[in-house]
Design a protein around this ligand. Sequence first.
Ligand code: ADP
Ligand code: AMP
Length: 217
Amino acid sequence: MRLVLLGPPGAGKGTQADRLAARYGVPHISTGELFRAHRREGTPLGKEADRYMATGRLVPDDVTERMVSERIDREDARQGFILDGFPRTMRQAEEFADILTVRGLRLDRVVALEVPEPVLKERLTGRSACPSCGAVYHRRFHPPRRAGVCDACGTLLVERADDRPETVTERLRVYAAETAPLVAYYRSRGLLLEVDGTGEVDAVTAAMVAGIEGRHD
Ligand code: ADP
Ligand code: AMP
């Protein structure tokens, strides 16, 4: 199963990718999370990525593409992957098509999660995440059992600096300018599945699975 999750920041890509990864037994690959891991470890790539992430801009295409192709070449991604946050520009989409072609692979679906802007802002404002296992929470919509502590592994949760309102505005602008055109790109290739991302987490998962597996209920 090779899926791409497309959608603006806060649409629920990470939340849904975890569930789809468990269902299909393939890794959840989040480029944002890969960059954050590099930043935590203080690698040269992490330092370079932070120059862009801190202000809500995109990390340069060549750096991002290299990181993704290395990641999908790892053993655990042999049977597939759920890609979350890549591709994010037309150039990345075209390069990704080449990356797959040279490996004899093809994408099964690109799922676009649709969520209106006021809801995105509400979701991003209350978001926290576990720096250890990656679980995502929300102060109101998906609170952990103990405030500030990960249900899954007990680690202290962190809020992302780029979820501050001024950075969120820039990220939404960048999405509209750079990433939104990919919806039409994948539609024209017959790969697009559009899913309403505004319902409860379980309802969104069910709609995605129904679309991916070709059921219409
Ligand atoms: P993305 O990866 O697209 O940026 P996330 O999966 O991190 O989005 O979700 C953003 C925030 O919204 C998180 O705090 C998450 O807990 C919350 N969230 C995700 N899906 C839903 C949903 N269907 N309803 C309410 N809140 C949600
Ligand atoms: P995310 O976790 O998907 O919200 O991504 C966080 C940040 O990482 C983004 O605001 C970008 O700065 C960077 N990033 C993630 N994925 C990409 C990508 N495909 N291309 C460029 N930058 C990215």
